[in-house]
Structures are given as C-alpha cells and as structure tokens.
Design a protein around this ligand. Structure first.
Ligand SMILES: O=C(CCCl)NNC1=[NH+]CCN1
Length: 325
C-alpha cells in the first residue's frame, strides 16, 4: 500500500503525526539519521514542557528491549539518549508491527526548546542506528517489503505543509525529468557525488568535498567551505560572523542564484537568490541559508535546497532523485 504523512513545516523542520502504540506524536522526519526516538514520560517535567511524551506503560502492545540503550549526536551538536523497546508504529496508513522505538531519558536543550517536535524519525540507513547491543531497522526498512514500490518521497514546501509518501511516486507532484543519481549508503546516508556548483548561472568545479547527502533533518545547505566563500564573494557586504555562526549580509543585498550538482550526471539543482536568506538576525542583517560545512568531507544538502524540489529516496536500487515542481 502507500501512505502519506503531511508534515507541518516549522521554520526549520517538517513534522508528521506518527502513532506509536496508539499514542500520536509529531516527529521530525530526518533522512540524515536512522534512530526513531520520542520524548517520554521518563524525562523530567521541565524537559517535557509542552511536548507530547510517549508513555510505554499506557501502550498495550509495548515490548521492552531489556538492557538495550541508545545515544545520538547530530551534526548541529544536539543529541539525546535513553532506552529501547518495540511497538506498533503507524504513519498515514502504513504500519510497522514491531518497530524499534527509542525512549528518551535525556535530550539536549535545543530539543526541549523546540516545542514543535516530540522526537525524530530517522530515514537514513540502519547501519548508523545507535542502538546497543544491536542496531535496529528504521521505519522505512521495516515497511519496505510491504510497499508497492521500495521508495519514499519528500515534497517539502516553504510555508505550506509538505508531504512524505511511502510506497509510491506521485507523478502529479513534479514536472519534467526526475534526475536520479546512485547513492553510496556505506556511511549510512543518502550520499551521492557532487563536484560542481553554480553561482549566478556560471558553473564551477568543486575543489574540496566531492560528495553530498540529502538531509531533511538539516535546515541549511552546507557546502564545501571554498564553495561558500566563492558564493559570498558575490554578495555585497557579506561577512563570516563568528557571533552569528556563519555568513551574514545586509538584508538589502542582491543575492545571486546558487546551484549544486546532484550526482555526476551534471544536473545542477538551483536555488533562486531570493530564497537563500534563512533568517534576519537583527539590525537589517540577514543570515544566509548557504553555509560552509566546516571542513567536513561531506556536503549536507538540507531543507534550503530540498524544499525547491520533489525528492525521491529509492531503497530498492539505492538512488536519490529530484525533479522540479
Ligand atoms: O545530523 C545530521 C547531519 C548528518 Cl551529517 N542530520 N540530521 C539532523 N537531525 C537533527 C539535526 N540534524
């Protein structure tokens, strides 16, 4: 069968209602990680705040995983940890009957303050699942055998709701060619080659990082530091601000279109300059949606890019595709 879950976009994330043991929580679907974890009643009430908290004792289908634990740290330095069990997880009609569910007993401050999400649902590859003593499957891997097509799609919008669908590719959701590239999942990510970029319509070859991951859990577009530097060299008044944590520029500045290659096929996915500003940081200064990856070997293509396109994640032949919409 196929399913759809409509994530409610909050400025930096896309949340979808997920039913776990009959309890509904809003989870942040994250193709850049592979743990399904939830706020739980084991957290302190000050950590829970306005979040929905999963209570295993109230689920008739909950099964403990004695002695198991998990601990995760994300690229932005946020993190969480806790214990593990299994339960029935249902998203928009697709059900994983015995899905590993990670109970948070500790969460970092950014998750406490982000009252929109009650946890994360990892859609990366389970080789990076953090459960000890044995990594467990993601929700997508659990339902894969039951799907008509071994795929899920992400159609993220800016201010309107986006949609994740499992098991089908809704061809009415995009126009023109679906540009598909093979994925190398050996690092646990939807990772592909990306060795070129464009600024204002002119294409250049990357000097540094030569791969990128499609990551719905990252808000920004994190490219090789040399590429970010080359881009902001063309934004009048831009500067790398340590206090802001990246490149800022006058909100009145003219921002050129920016594109990044998806796979070695040559397709350059472009973001209009007018969609590149991520936030105002005060005094007429704006923070850019394109930033450097801090020297890591992998570029991280997050929501700033993904929301411009319709994205297809194929777990059958391990490929990633995007199309205009
Ligand atoms: O952690 C990463 C980067 C992997 Cl290289 N993405 N996923 C995520 N989830 C919450 C913040 N970031």
């Amino acid at each position: 069968g196929e399913v759809s879950a409509t994530p409610e976009p909050n400025e930096s994330e896309y949340l979808s209602p997920v039913s776990i043991g009959g309890q509904t929580l809003n989870l942040d679907f994250d193709t850049g990680s592979a743990d399904l974890w939830v706020f739980s009643t084991s957290l302190s009430s000050s950590s829970i705040g306005q979040h929905a908290a999963f209570d295993p004792s109230k689920s008739s289908t909950w099964e403990d995983y004695p002695g198991a634990s998990w601990q995760i740290m994300y690229g932005d330095g946020s993190g969480a940890s806790g214990t593990v069990g299994f339960d029935v997880v249902e998203i928009g009609g697709a059900t994983a009957s015995r899905q590993a569910v990670e109970i948070a007993t500790k969460v970092s401050s950014s998750f406490v303050s982000d009252e929109n999400n009650d946890g994360l649902l990892g859609l990366g590859f389970s080789k990076i699942n953090t459960i000890e003593p044995q990594p467990q499957k993601t929700f997508f891997e659990s339902i894969l055998p039951k799907l008509d097509q071994p795929v899920f799609t992400a159609d993220l919008e800016d201010d309107a709701a986006g949609t994740y669908e499992f098991g089908r590719i809704d061809t009415t959701k995009y126009t023109g060619t679906l540009h598909v590239t093979p994925v190398d999942s050996s690092n646990g990510f939807w990772e592909f080659a990306s060795t070129a970029y464009s600024i204002g319509g002119t294409t250049y070859q990357n000097s540094g990082a030569s791969t990128a991951i499609a990551d719905t859990g990252t808000s920004l577009l994190l490219v090789d530091d040399n590429v970010a530097q080359a881009f902001y060299a063309q934004v009048q008044g831009s500067q790398l601000s340590r206090t802001a944590g990246g490149y800022v520029y006058p909100c009145s500045a003219q921002v050129p279109d920016f594109g990044v290659q998806i796979g070695s096929s040559g397709f350059i996915a472009t973001i209009p300059g007018s969609d590149i500003t991520f936030a105002e940081v005060g005094q007429g200064t704006c923070f850019g949606g394109v930033q450097g990856n801090g020297g890591g070997g992998i570029q991280i293509f997050g929501d700033v890019l993904l929301k411009q396109y319709f994205a297809v994640f194929n777990g059958g032949n391990e490929s990633f595709g995007i199309a205009a919409k």
